[in-house]
Design a protein around this ligand. Structure first.
Ligand code: BTN
Length: 256
């Protein structure tokens, strides 16, 4: 793997949101690949319309590019970015690495606390689909958002700067996107996600907008949807939702 970041990078001191900025640029014909990085966001965006607190010392970055993939595969970019975040944090954390893991679709946690989040947005310009993958990583600060527990690299003895983390992240994102092959390589990515996610049998609650479902994690299907054995005995396939981990039923030996 080359150590030179593979794509153009635009560093900004302050912006409303790197995702919003990338979407504006996409609307003016920018096709990337381009990383937009800001020291501070005044209106950082999180999933499900939430705010993302963006303090200097944390990483706020968005990759704008043309995925060249069918619309039906674009949700896989969320899983891909989560795996790349996990890999980048694995590179910078000091061994013995703390319990770094993914929570579907793309939250990166240490133990039960969130260290990074991903927000994927898409738009179309002149008939071309453009994707923006926004990534926030808590390097120096751990803002609690909506009562959700958070942590930061510094709390685990890691002093890596946002720039250093971005450097690792950009390399992993590039490699993962190459291997994904616009969806044709998703089977390997799915396996890599499962190796970094919680164990099959973990008890989860899913807020899927109109309903809350509780059950046991049963893996991911071939498209990347979450599979859940619900409490009524049905196997549910979920493509959207906010997941809360309730408890882990099985040991690490039962991981897929
Ligand atoms: C989540 O809710 O977990 C997703 C958070 C994504 C935050 C990042 S920070 C960089 C990029 N710009 C934004 O406005 N949001 C994403």
């Amino acid at each position: 793997m080359s150590s030179k970041p593979p794509h153009r990078m635009l560093h900004l001191a302050e912006i409303d949101s790197t995702n919003a900025d990338a979407m504006r640029r996409a609307g003016s014909g920018e096709c990337g690949p381009l990383w937009i990085v800001a020291e501070r966001q005044t209106h950082g965006r999180g999933r499900s319309g939430r705010n993302w607190q963006s303090l200097p010392g944390n990483l706020h970055a968005s990759l704008l590019f043309v995925p060249g993939a069918a619309v039906s595969t674009l949700h896989q970019l969320s899983l891909l970015a989560g795996v790349a975040v996990h890999d980048a944090l694995g590179d910078v954390l000091i061994p013995p690495a703390p319990a770094l893991r993914l929570k579907w679709p793309n939250d990166c946690l240490i133990g039960a606390e969130k260290i990074g989040g991903v927000l994927v947005e898409t738009t179309t310009w002149a008939g071309t689909m453009v994707a923006v993958i926004g990534i926030g990583i808590n390097c120096a600060h751990a803002p609690e958002i909506d009562g959700r527990r958070a942590t930061a690299l510094i709390q685990h003895g890691c002093l890596a700067s946002p720039r250093e983390v971005l450097h690792r992240l950009a390399l992993h994102m590039d490699r993962r996107l190459c291997n994904w092959q616009a969806g044709a390589g998703f089977a390997q990515l799915r396996d890599d996600w499962l190796a970094r996610g919680g164990p099959v049998g973990e008890r989860l609650a899913i807020n899927a907008g109109t309903e809350r479902i509780e059950g046991f994690f049963a893996g991911l299907d071939r498209q990347g949807a979450l599979l859940l054995h619900d409490d009524h005995g049905a196997l549910r396939r979920l493509t959207y939702g906010d997941v809360t981990i309730l408890e882990t039923r099985l040991s690490g030996a039962d991981r897929p």
